[in-house]
Design a protein around this ligand. Structure first.
Ligand code: PGA
Length: 258
């Protein structure tokens, strides 16, 4: 049985001091989603420790999980600037975004690198949030399905069916990220249906939509049968806005999937 799932992708925003402020504002706002949704805050590496401290200090019984935005696949060694899954696990990181389109486009991350990161995270008991999505050009050429199926198959090659059921996939059309132009709920739902059919085990996987999800469109998107929630960039930077988005997303769930 899939559950509603909302992850904030802070991207390269927030200092440790701003992280503490955010956590203090967000925890009371998000308390009403306890036992109704999984909520994850994916923060820059430098903010993971303050986030951990704040969530525990604010609420020793917190249900809000901590996520990272990237990882390297080796455990330790001469890899200047990198962070390993073991280091993340040591800071109570339960989720980690991999293969975000910004990392693919700006930092040359390939499907093969994503596959290694996914495998390394699972070995460290961290749930990967695997991002896939087509570019505007691929979309215009009618290649959306082909592209996302190829990406997900390449990212999950080494996984067993059971492991595939326990990851999170974020379908994020690249042209919708940060543009204010989200995909239509129906299109996103159909593309995610294709992703679910791309490999055994994916019918039970949490699959969320990302790309300009906001408090106004979250309800319609989350009412779609294949959409389990959102990976949220612009609308998560302000804790009040992110809480409003989750509220509307859950209304969508309740409308269609009570
Ligand atoms: P956006 O970003 O909500 O600003 O479109 C989503 C993402 O990049 O994960």
């Amino acid at each position: 049985m899939r559950e509603p799932f909302f992850a904030a992708n802070w991207k390269m925003n927030k200092t440790p001091a701003q992280t503490r402020e955010y956590a203090r504002a967000f925890v009371p706002l998000a308390d009403k989603f306890r036992e109704r949704a999984a909520v994850v805050l994916c923060a820059p590496f430098i903010d993971l420790v303050p986030l951990h401290e704040e969530l525990l200090l604010a609420d020793s019984d917190t249900y809000i999980d901590i996520g990272a935005q990237d990882v390297f696949w080796e455990t330790e060694g001469a890899f200047t600037g990198e962070i390993s899954p073991v280091m993340l696990a040591g800071e109570n990181v339960q989720y980690c975004i991999v293969g975000h389109s910004e990392r693919r486009r700006l930092f040359g991350e390939t499907d093969e690198m994503v596959a290694k990161k996914v495998f390394a995270l699972i070995a460290a008991d961290i749930v990967p949030i695997v991002c896939i999505g087509e570019t505007l050009e691929e979309n215009r050429m009618g290649k959306t399905r082909e592209r996302v199926i190829a990406q997900i198959q390449a990212s999950c090659t080494q996984l067993t069916e059971e492991q595939r059921g326990n990851i999170v996939i974020a379908y994020e059309p690249v042209w919708a990220i940060g543009t204010g132009m989200s995909d239509t709920p129906e299109n996103a739902n159909e593309t995610i249906a294709c992703i679910r059919d791309a490999a055994p085990g994916l019918s039970d996987t949490t699959i969320i939509y990302g790309g300009s999800m906001n408090p106004s469109n979250a309800r319609a998107l989350c009412a779609q049968p294949n959409i389990d929630g959102g990976l949220v960039g612009s609308s998560c930077v302000d804790p009040v806005n992110f809480a409003a988005l989750i509220e509307h997303g859950l209304q969508g769930w309740d409308d269609a999937k009570p």
